[in-house]
Design a protein around this ligand. Structure first.
Ligand SMILES: NC(=O)c1ccc[n+]([C@@H]2O[C@H](COP(=O)([O-])OP(=O)(O)OC[C@H]3O[C@@H](n4cnc5c(N)ncnc54)[C@H](O)[C@@H]3O)[C@@H](O)[C@H]2O)c1
Ligand SMILES: O=C(O)C(=O)C[C@@H](O)[C@H](O)[C@H](O)COP(=O)(O)O
Ligand SMILES: [Zn+2]
Length: 353
């Protein structure tokens, strides 16, 4: 088993990475929630039939009473409507402030359940059991929780760190190839912004089989990078913005496709290529970087360009959380492996696009 500790004073927690962790989740949760009697489990309609019947007896054997809410699978469930349903169901179950919320699923389940945990009774303990590659390398760590609004992606949310993150690598075996690739978009992001040797390592392994053979080390590398970034800027006012590489335009593509046409991973892949091209235009990024990045993403069956109209770009840029007044912080690559934050007038960015 690989373990990492995210050190954030009283909000510190462990990330455990190993096969089979779901089968010992009860003891691990008991260790971080000693006073809890009830756990409210949030999952989705694809994950429930695969893993819920494995998890519930494990929790009950450790003395937890459980209730479960199964969401329809997909981004549409990351909504204010489902947030409100969760609040009501948690209170009907009798959740108290010493109890906990468990997210069993991908980033949609984790972001929504985390926001519900942050807000119900003004905040209860939250445990992440991520089951997609994307959730294991990115969304289960760092405490960003949110729902989407009509106005755009993740526009209502909180910073609410989990008490524990258990990554059972066995769960990745049941992912469809396209969902595995979604997660790879965020994995490649870490190589782009932080670590050229990691980027090269990924480029040399263009198949799911080759990547799966190294999965524990890939998860560890991504979580270690995210740990360092989050510890230095938990509230996303500086360095953490690097983790948003590809996301300003990625969020525009998700909005353009009404959150149905393009997954988050696909949108981020195309957003990273567009940001690399913008970097070349702005004289920050070397000219050969976009093609090198495109080749790695295309080998993973990820899109490298997504059409988007000016009005949608304008809406996404206008509401991007990296905006300050008329300016926006844009994440660019000074080289592959080194991301930088550059301020630009929003109007200039729109013209460039
Ligand atoms: N909070 C953060 O820091 C952060 C970081 C990155 C992404 N996100 C968010 O995460 C979301 C995307 O997450 P995602 O890609 O995991 O999407 P997702 O949660 O929709 O999961 C993708 C699909 O995989 C299915 N699934 C999950 N686990 C499975 C398994 N083990 N086997 C088979 N099928 C499984 C799901 O039912 C779903 O159909 C977006 O909303 C994005 O904004 C948040
Ligand atoms: O953890 C972060 O910080 C990230 O930016 C990770 C991103 O991959 C993730 O998609 C995040 O939810 C985007 O955050 P937002 O602040 O742009 O909504
Ligand atoms: Zn992301």
């Amino acid at each position: 088993m690989k373990t990492l500790r995210v050190s954030l004073q009283e909000r510190s927690y462990d990330i455990q990475i190993a096969p089979g962790l779901l089968t010992s989740a009860g003891d691990a949760i008991r260790a971080v929630c000693p006073r809890a009697t009830r756990l409210f489990v949030v999952t989705d309609s694809n994950v429930a039939p695969l893993y819920l019947s494995r998890l519930i007896p494990v929790l009950e054997r450790c003395g937890f009473e459980t209730a479960c809410q199964e969401l329809p699978a997909g981004e549409a469930s990351k909504s204010a409507k489902w947030l409100s349903e969760l609040w009501e169901a948690m209170l009907d179950f009798g959740l108290t402030r010493t109890d906990g919320v468990v997210a069993l699923g991908g980033g949609v389940v984790g972001d929504l359940a985390g926001f519900a945990a942050a807000t119900v009774l003004r905040g209860v303990d939250f445990i992440q059991l991520p089951t997609t590659l994307l959730a294991q390398v990115d969304s289960s760590v760092g405490g960003k929780v949110a729902v989407d609004l009509r106005a755009g992606k993740n526009l209502a949310g909180a910073f609410w760190q989990p008490r524990l993150v258990l990554m059972d690598t066995d769960t990745l075996a049941t992912l469809p190839d396209a969902t595995f690739s979604d997660g790879m978009a965020e994995v490649v992001k870490y190589g782009c912004i932080w670590d050229k040797s990691f980027f090269d390592f990924l480029a040399a392994r263009p198949t799911r089989a080759a990547l799966t053979a190294e999965i524990e080390s890939i998860l560890y590398t991504c979580c270690e990078i995210k740990r360092q970034v989050v510890e230095s800027d938990e509230r996303d006012t500086g360095k953490r913005m690097l983790l948003n590489f590809g996301h300003t335009l990625g969020h525009a593509y998700e909005l353009a496709g009404n959150y149905e046409k393009w997954t988050h991973g696909q949108a981020v892949a195309a957003g990273m290529v567009a940001a690399a091209r913008l970097g070349v235009t702005l004289g920050v990024t070397p000219a050969d970087v976009p093609a090198e990045l495109e080749a790695v993403l295309a080998a993973l069956d990820l899109p490298t360009a997504i059409p988007c109209d000016r009005a949608t770009y304008a809406a996404a840029i206008g509401r991007d959380k990296k905006g300050v007044g008329e300016d926006i912080s844009l994440i660019l690559l000074e080289s592959l492996g080194h991301g930088v934050i550059r301020k630009l007038p929003k109007a200039e960015l729109l013209e460039l696009l």
